[in-house]
Structures are given as structure tokens and as C-alpha cells.
Design a protein around this ligand. Structure first.
Ligand code: B12
Ligand code: SF4
Length: 472
């Protein structure tokens, strides 16, 4: 039995389109969900994982599979339906799972034979068994998995073309920020994998560099942090020889022992959501956690960096309180905090979030011709109406923020500072140049986006259902 597991590309973000810049090799990450599904798949299935981000294969030249499984974030949904349409046309049943299938069930059910909502661990073997007997149900629900049942992902099935491997050690986040889908999807309960499983899986990853995909690496409570320390001790003890980056909340800076252990375990970078430069902004996004204890962000960032861990700071532009000047303000604050890289995203209503409900009820979701408009739900386009910022002005704010933070003089200062402190100056240079190179691509993307926004009614009308499915 042949199984294809497919990660659809999004033409607006895929590596295929950004080949102009070799830095983007560092921005393409392995689809862990598919490697994990493969780990759950019994041996009678012959598995091929296709990551379209590495190039779209010549599907017609490939053998006809018995089943196709597709994963998709919302921004990949439009392409996912095209792939589904192609295989269903050949008579091959298609199953879709992942966050978009869970958040937009009804839409997805129109395009595939079967959907799997929630996490796959408890249900995927059953889906395969039903498929084998030609008895696929239209809908399955995996719910939330027991972490001891998360299998070792099949890293051997996707081994080349990536700068980073990927692994997951925890799921869920108790913080439930209004713009984020993680709590709605993976639950508020913070669930940790057995440490021995994490170590065994790390040992199977061939890449020297690894992305730990956890949304909140260390959690929030004393018990979560104690477990994170145990994990880091075990990783250092296993002498894995890996360098890894992860996502965490700012409390990562609060415990010096934790930082020492993380660094010994191979932590080289951490992505932290600061989200807004003002307390009002944090309240608007329900990110009260960042307000606790009258935190000094600059001191927190410094404490992390002292352990030779680079800090990427993430902010969101387009909040109801954001006015003209917010771009420069974010760049200025990010510099004050002393982050090594700045990542700014447009406030985007993702389905299943409280932000979606709010903006929908206020009729502010302007790119709403789905599925075509899902292509733009990459957080790199302003898809909604923003309270004080028009389409043109929010884009100008984003450009001015990036231009300011990634000016050559600022990059040089940062890199020299890192060289002085022996804190991965080369990595910091590559990271900064990669962002800077992308600025040019972004500007072109914004111009195309504005044209699309203004003309999309005509554009969408011109896409008949036949042309929609054609031309894979
Ligand atoms: C790693 C990651 C990335 C990596 C992606 C690597 C990759 N190719 O998969 C990178 C950095 C590239 C990335 C990019 C983006 N991401 Co991201 N990312 C994540 C993160 C942190 C972890 C995903 C992961 O690997 N999880 C581990 C795997 C094992 O879990 P899983 O994917 O959920 O899979 C399980 C189930 O969903 C299910 N399942 C999944 N697929 C399938 C398929 C089938 C057939 C079946 C049966 C089951 C099934 O089974 C799996 C096992 O239980 C999530 C947060 C999260 N908790 O999901 C955000 C998340 C998925 N990202 C998000 C977003 C918004 C983005 C971006 C659009 C924006 C951005 N700038 O970050 C871009 C989009 C890129 C694109 N191609 O369009 C949102 C998506 C929300 C949504 N509705 O789409 C999330 C949920 C974060 C959030 N704040 O809300 N991301
Ligand atoms: S943004 Fe981060 S802290 Fe907030 S709910 Fe999502 S994962 Fe948790």
C-alpha cells in the first residue's frame, strides 16, 4: 500500500519562489507533522513524504498512491485543495489533517474525502485501517494525545535540503493570547513528552542544527521549569552535539540555572514574543504574562545573551491602539531591549482565535474570499481593517520599522558587539543579512498585494473551478 504525505507550498512564502536569495535556505523548516504521521504508520504502508517547499514534484510522473494525507496551516489551505482535487480526480482518496482542518472543518470537508481534527496519535492507525478496507469515514477526531504515545518521528524520510532538523518536546500553552491558535488547538494544559523519548529522537536527527518547535519551551509553572531543567540536563549528559533554537516566553530569562543548563544542552537562540511596545498593547492581545513583576525587558534579554544565546524578538503591528509612527517605535524598543533579530508580523485574524471572532463580528476581515484569500494569511500581509492605519499606512509602518532596525550601521554595531562578547557573531550576521535581503522581496510582495487587494474581485471571477484544479 502506497501512502503519500504532502506538505503544500504557499507560492507567497515557498522556497521555490524565494530562490533568488540563498539565505532562505535557513527559513525552510521540516514538516514535523508528516514525519510524525509516518512514525505512526504501520509497516505495510510504503511512505513517501513530499514537502513542496523544496520544489513541486511532477505528480503525473509519480506512481499512483493508494492514499494521500495532506497537512496544512491556514496559509497552505488553498494549495492543499488543489492537490486534493488532483488526486481525487484520479480516484485516490485524500485525508487532510492539521490546524486548518481543525479550525475550518466544514470548508475542508468540501474538498477532501476525510478529515482528521485534533492531534493524530490516537486516531491515525484507525484511519489507515479504514482506508485499507475502502471504508474511510468523512470525519475523525484525534483529540489531544497522551505525550507518551507520541512516536519517534521518521527523520530518515526527509533527510536532505534543510539547514535544520525539527523536534517537539511539549504541547499546549496555558496563556491563550487572543491572536494565537495554540491554546485552542493543543489545549491550555502544558503536556511534556517523556525525556527519554526526546533524547532518543534527537539521536535520530542528522542535522547538526535543530528547531525545537514547542510553542513555549519551558512553560510557566515551577513544575514545568523543573522538567525543562531535567530535559536540558539529560540532553547535555547524552552529549548530543546539537545546536538548537526554540520559542519561549520572557520568563526564560528568570532562572540562571535554567539558562546555564539550556546553553550546555546546545541552546543557541530563542524566539520571544514581546508583541507590543506598550502595556496597553499587551492587554489588548491578552498577553498579560509579559506585564508580570514589572519586568525589565532589557535586563531579561541581556541575561539570556550572557549565556551565548541569541534573542529574536517578535512584535505585532496593527493593534487597535497602533497609530502612525508605530513602526519606528517598535524598531526603537527592539533596539532598547537589545534583541539580536527583530521579527514583525501584521496582526492577522486566524480562524479559531478570539481575534478572529472579534474582527469577524466587527466586519473587519477584509480578505475574506476563501479559499483563495487564505494564501495571504501568512502574517506578512495586512488582511484586515486596522483601527488607525489604512492599507497604505500600515505597510509603510512595516517598511519603516524594518528599514530602521536592519540598517547597515545597526547590523554592524550588533555584529561587532556580538563578536566582542564572543556570542556567535557569524550567526548573528547571517541572520541579520537574511532579514535585510528579504526586505527587498517584501517590498515587491506588498506592491503585488495592494494590486491583488484592489483587483481581486476580477481576479477571483476569472478563476473558474476547472482552472482552479488544473495545472498542478
Ligand atoms: C514549527 C512551526 C512553523 C514552521 C513550519 C515548519 C513546517 N513546515 O511544518 C515555520 C517556522 C516555517 C512556520 C511558519 C508559519 N507558521 Co507556524 N508554527 C509552527 C509551530 C510552532 C509548530 C508546528 C509543528 O511542527 N508542530 C508539531 C506537529 C507534530 O504538530 P502538528 O503540526 O499540529 O501536527 C499534529 C496534528 O495537527 C495532526 N496533523 C497535522 N497534519 C496532519 C495531516 C494529516 C493527514 C493527519 C491525519 C493529521 C495531521 O497530527 C499531528 C500529530 O498530532 C506551530 C504551533 C503549533 N502548536 O502547531 C505554528 C503554527 C502552526 N504556525 C502558524 C502560522 C500562522 C505560521 C505562518 C503563517 C506565519 C508565521 N510567520 O509564522 C507561517 C506559514 C508558513 C507557510 N508555509 O505558509 C500558526 C498557524 C495557525 C493557522 N491557523 O494556520 C501556528 C498554529 C502558531 C500560532 N501562533 O497560531 N511555522
Ligand atoms: S502566543 Fe505564545 S504565549 Fe501566547 S498563547 Fe500562543 S504560544 Fe502561548
Amino acid at each position: 500500500m502506497q501512502l503519500y504525505l504532502i506538505n503544500p507550498s504557499n507560492h507567497l512564502v515557498s522556497i521555490v519562489n524565494v530562490k533568488e536569495s540563498r539565505w532562505n535556505r535557513y527559513r525552510v523548516w521540516k514538516p514535523l507533522s508528516l514525519m510524525l504521521l509516518a512514525g505512526l504508520t504501520p509497516p505495510e504502508w510504503e511512505i513517501t513524504i513530499i514537502d513542496e517547499n523544496l520544489g513541486v514534484p511532477d505528480y503525473p510522473a509519480m506512481p499512483r498512491p493508494d492514499l494521500v494525507g495532506i497537512t496544512a496551516f491556514t496559509s497552505q489551505a488553498n494549495r492543499a485543495y488543489k492537490i486534493a482535487g488532483y488526486f481525487r480526480h484520479l480516484g485516490v482518496p485524500v485525508v487532510m489533517g492539521g490546524i486548518h482542518a481543525t479550525m475550518c472543518m466544514e470548508e475542508v470537508m468540501e474538498h477532501v474525502d476525510s478529515i482528521v481534527t485534533g492531534e493524530a496519535e490516537g486516531i491515525w492507525p484507525q484511519v489507515l485501517e479504514d482506508a485499507r478496507h475502502g471504508n474511510l469515514k468523512h470525519k475523525y477526531d484525534g483529540g489531544l494525545a497522551e505525550m507518551r504515545n507520541v512516536p519517534l518521528a521518521r527523520h530518515d524520510l526527509l533527510s536532505s535540503g534543510y539547514a535544520f532538523g525539527a523536534i517537539q518536546t511539549t504541547r499546549g500553552c496555558p496563556l491563550n493570547c487572543s491572536f494565537c491558535s495554540v491554546t485552542a488547538f493543543n489545549g491550555a494544559k502544558y503536556r511534556q513528552r517523556p525525556i527519554s523519548d526526546v533524547i532518543r529522537e534527537f539521536e535520530r536527527i542528522r542535522e547538526k542544527r535543530v528547531l525545537v518547535v514547542d510553542d513555549n519551551l519551558i512553560g510557566t509553572s515551577t513544575e514545568h521549569i523543573a522538567r525543562a531543567k531535567d530535559l536540558f540536563r539529560a540532553m547535555a549528559h547524552a552529549n548530543l552535539g546539537k545546536e538548537w533554537i526554540a520559542q519561549a516566553t520572557i520568563n526564560f530569562a528568570d532562572d540562571d540555572e535554567l539558562l546555564v543548563l539550556a546553553s550546555k544542552a546546545g541552546c543557541r537562540g530563542v524566539f520571544i514574543g514581546f508583541e507590543s511596545p506598550t502595556p496597553e498593547g499587551l492587554l489588548e492581545l491578552s498577553k498579560k504574562f509579559n506585564l508580570l513583576k514589572g519586568r525589565d525587558f532589557r535586563a531579561s534579554v541581556r541575561r539570556i545573551q550572557r549565556h551565548k544565546i541569541l534573542v529574536v524578538g517578535s512584535f505585532i503591528i496593527g493593534l487597535d491602539i497602533d497609530k502612525r509612527g508605530i513602526g519606528k517605535r517598535i524598531a526603537e524598543v527592539a533596539r532598547q531591549y537589545g534583541v539580536d533579530n527583530l521579527n514583525v508580523l501584521f496582526l492577522t485574524p486566524l480562524p479559531g482565535t478570539r481575534l478572529w471572532d472579534k474582527m469577524k463580528s466587527q466586519n473587519r476581515i477584509k480578505l475574506n474570499k476563501f479559499p483563495a484569500d487564505w494564501d495571504y494569511y501568512t502574517l506578512t500581509f495586512p488582511v484586515a481593517l486596522y483601527k488607525h492605519l489604512s492599507l497604505d499606512s500600515i505597510i509603510e509602518e512595516m517598511i519603516s520599522c524594518d528599514r530602521d532596525f536592519y540598517s547597515i550601521s545597526h547590523i554592524l554595531r550588533k555584529v561587532l558587539g556580538n563578536a566582542w562578547h564572543r556570542r556567535q557573531p557569524l550567526v548573528s550576521l547571517v541572520g541579520n543579512l537574511s532579514y535585510r535581503t528579504n526586505l527587498k522581496l517584501n517590498r515587491k510582495a506588498y506592491t503585488d498585494f495592494k494590486n491583488y487587494w484592489r483587483n481581486r474581485h476580477n481576479y477571483l471571477k476569472s478563476q473558474s473551478r476547472e482552472t482552479f484544479y488544473a495545472g498542478l
